[in-house]
Design a protein around this ligand. Structure first.
Ligand code: EPS
Length: 386
């Protein structure tokens, strides 16, 4: 069975983050360089805090790849945490390093802290926050880079840009997506609108000096996906449902849209649905559906958006209560990012790539790229005559 499955492990201040990917076909061209490029994209973006000065993430490929190609066995990815140096006793697995005087007993509003401590019966909130931290996304991005490499074998590309930050909306120019991706890559806000970018930067500076944080919206597009990925026949096979779950699984994401999304609810049907024409194949003149109808890709670019809430660790204290004394206190913070929306774009691209790779393997599954390519080409020929 060749179905893309993966798990991640690792704590934010533990020695490393790890992932194992199972179900990859043989023959994907894979280089640590390409993976590291994605990891460094995630670390860029205006608004990050001091931790990013410590971490320079690189990935080690420890299994499943030989001489630059996958061989069909599980792929192991490891990203080391440089900050571990400062945490080796505080995060030690050894009982002799236990020190209850450093226990975190003050849950921060907006984080997993309180619910996680109640759920797992922890007295020390650190046992929750270490794993719920968005640091985990470093290795998820590496998994996404593997998925992108698989998709690239079939000329399927995933990219995106920031469309909104701290309430400032970008005016994205009407240009081919790949041009827009290039524009976004050249911007430290991953945004295609230079004047919005200046305002966003100002908003981040103002938030930072006021001890506040900002959220935003990222948009991800997929080009080159064949029609028929996902299925309408069962709820858990719908591509849009799976993309929504994947995007929602990213720390701090609170909303997901497909195509025009919530805007579709405000328009009459005549201004929502993308009419069908035929000229050398099926064509659409609009893509309000975001490339997905009935839970399946329809051959148009897939377009999804995700809304990120502001990071809940604020320098301006939020009110909470101590879990031992139940006394109120105002959460103080050692350090935090002011805004991680550009980083969220890179993570969102990664999880979208993973879902697309999974859907490709389900439909065209084979044990080698050659076999999958043959299945895909046969299908493309078949639908030409549909
Ligand atoms: C994060 C808190 C900060 C961020 C971290 C995510 O970590 P720390 O408490 O160590 O400063 O820097 O993000 C990363 C380390 C990263 O690689 O993205 C959190 O609580 O989610």
């Amino acid at each position: 069975m060749s179905i893309f499955r993966y798990l991640t492990a690792g704590e934010s201040h533990g020695p490393q983050l790890s992932a194992i990917i199972e179900g990859l076909p043989a023959g994907i061209h894979l280089s640590a360089l390409a993976l590291n490029l994605e990891l460094s994209r995630r670390q860029q973006g205006y608004g990050r805090g001091d931790r990013m000065k410590i971490e320079k993430d690189t990935v080690q490929l420890l299994s499943g790849v030989r001489w630059g190609e996958t061989i069909g066995s599980p792929v192991t990815l490891v990203v080391m945490n440089r900050d571990w140096e400062n945490w080796s006793e505080k995060m030690s697995p050894l009982p002799e390093h236990r020190d209850d005087s450093i226990a975190v007993t003050r849950p921060r509003p907006g984080h997993a802290d309180l619910s996680g401590a109640m759920k797992y019966n922890h007295r020390d909130v650190r046992n929750v926050l270490e794993r719920s931290s968005a640091r985990e996304t470093a290795v998820r991005v590496a998994v996404g880079a593997v998925a992108k490499a698989l998709l690239a074998e079939f000329d399927i590309k995933v990219g995106g840009f920031v469309t909104e930050l701290g309430g400032i909306c970008a005016n994205t120019p009407q240009e081919p997506l790949e041009n827009l991706w290039k524009r976004a890559a050249a911007s430290e806000m991953f945004c295609c609108d230079p004047s919005a970018e200046i305002e966003m930067r100002r908003a981040i500076d103002a938030a930072q000096s006021g001890g506040d944080t900002l959220g935003g919206v990222v948009e991800i597009q997929v080009i080159g996906a064949p029609p028929g990925l996902g299925s309408y026949v069962q709820w858990d096979r719908k591509l849009d449902a799976r993309l929504a779950m994947a995007l929602m699984s990213i720390q701090a994401i609170k909303g997901v849209e497909v195509g025009i999304g919530f805007e579709a609810a405000r328009r009459p049907g005549s201004r929502v649905h993308d009419e069908i024409f035929y000229k050398d194949g099926y064509q659409r003149t609009s893509n309000n559906a975001g490339g997905i109808e009935g839970g399946m890709s329809n051959g148009e670019p897939i377009v999804v958006r995700a809304a990120m809430k502001p990071i809940p660790t604020l320098y301006t204290p939020l009110r909470s209560v101590d879990m031992i004394t139940h006394e109120p206190f105002e959460a103080t913070v050692e350090r935090s990012d002011t805004c991680a929306v550009p980083a969220a774009l890179v993570v969102a691209e990664a999880v979208v790539a993973i879902e697309l790779a999974t859907a490709m393997l389900e439909k065209f599954g084979g044990d080698s790229i050659l076999e999958i390519r043959r299945n895909l080409e046969g299908y493309r020929e078949q639908i030409l005559n549909a």
